[in-house]
Write a protein that binds this ligand. Structure first.
Ligand code: BDR
Ligand code: CA
Length: 308
């Protein structure tokens, strides 16, 4: 049984990642910690609670940081919809989060289960950076830290150089990337290349039952965003493919262990994950960077989860 904490700015692709983990009988989700990112914090909390309940899970949902460490909040309603869940009319209000603050929960659980927890991050790294600041000892207490963050090939989705989760809070990402945690990074390039579902792939998921209908339906705004902005044939699923790697490391088919630094000051490149693929710096490798994923294995995991 894998013990897992999922840190998420819950919107449409985060929700599919939650479905993957919460329907997996071999995973014990100890906590879902929410951070501001795609949507304001309270909306992310409601989206996480709705998804958790749909999966008939009892994993506690905890609210965390409501803004980046230093910067103004950047939201992604254009990508995921006004409610973050595709604006398909879901009742996304009234859920009660668990009482403790996400940052305290991260610290408490890391200390309670040293060496046992897989931490999966699907949003800006604000909660994790705050936890590291408050309790530096937790850096060495996780088994794995699998992050949807950055890009392995340098192509961003917010700016030419930066991926959303790192762009929103580069200072937090910098703290995490320097922390010595056992970091694995699944960048946006992996979702663009290997985890983009066509509209027909989405319909096939929807045909599997209520969870499939949910996972496909909530991508309505994302589908439109991909058609008009990122020019993908369908919709990409960065958080779900990251979760798939966390659940089954063999989903990652190409991984390099290299030095990665976060750009915090560049006028064109703030939020870029600078990967030293050729080893031209003398910095030690700090991140296992996933560069490719097994699309078929990923799709069959999605089908298995959506059929539950
Ligand atoms: C990341 O940004 C968000 O919009 C998605 O949920 C994902 O975590 C992709 O850049
Ligand atoms: Ca996310």
């Amino acid at each position: 049984m894998t013990r897992m904490i999922i840190d998420t700015d819950t919107a449409s692709d985060d929700a599919v990642a939650l479905v993957l983990a919460l329907t997996d009988a071999d995973v014990d989700v100890l906590a879902i910690t929410v951070v501001a990112g795609n949507v304001p914090l309270e909306m992310g909390v409601q989206n996480a609670i709705y998804t958790r309940d749909l999966c008939r899970s009892t994993a506690p949902v905890h609210a965390g940081a409501d803004r980046p460490l230093l910067r103004e909040q950047v939201l992604a309603h254009d990508v995921h919809g006004a409610d973050g869940m595709g604006d398909i009319g879901l009742p996304l209000t009234g859920g009660e989060p668990a009482p403790d603050h996400a940052v305290d929960v991260l610290i408490e659980l890391a200390r309670r289960y040293p060496g046992e927890i897989t931490l999966v991050t699907l949003g800006p790294l604000t909660n994790i950076a705050l936890a590291l600041r408050k309790a530096p000892d937790i850096a060495g207490l996780f088994d794995r830290v699998v992050m949807m963050a950055g890009t392995g090939d340098g192509t961003g989705n917010v700016t030419p150089a930066a991926e959303f989760n790192v762009y929103v809070d580069p200072e937090a990402a910098d703290v995490v990337f320097r922390s010595g945690m056992p970091l694995e990074m699944v960048g946006w390039d992996v979702s663009r290349n290997d985890a983009t579902l066509t509209a027909a792939d989405g319909e096939a998921l929807a045909a599997l039952g209520p969870l499939g209908e949910f996972c496909n339906g909530i991508q309505r705004q994302l589908l439109e965003f991909c058609r008009t902005v990122t020019h993908l044939d369908g919709f990409d699923l960065p958080d779900p493919v990251t979760m798939a790697v966390a659940l089954d490391p063999s989903v990652a088919t190409r991984v390099v262990h290299v030095p990665v630094a976060v750009e915090t000051t560049g006028s064109q490149t703030a939020g870029m994950t600078v990967c030293d693929h050729l080893g031209v710096t003398d910095r030690p490798a700090n991140v296992k960077v996933v560069l490719a994923a097994d699309r078929d294995r990923f799709l069959s995991m999605l089908h298995r989860a959506c059929a539950r």
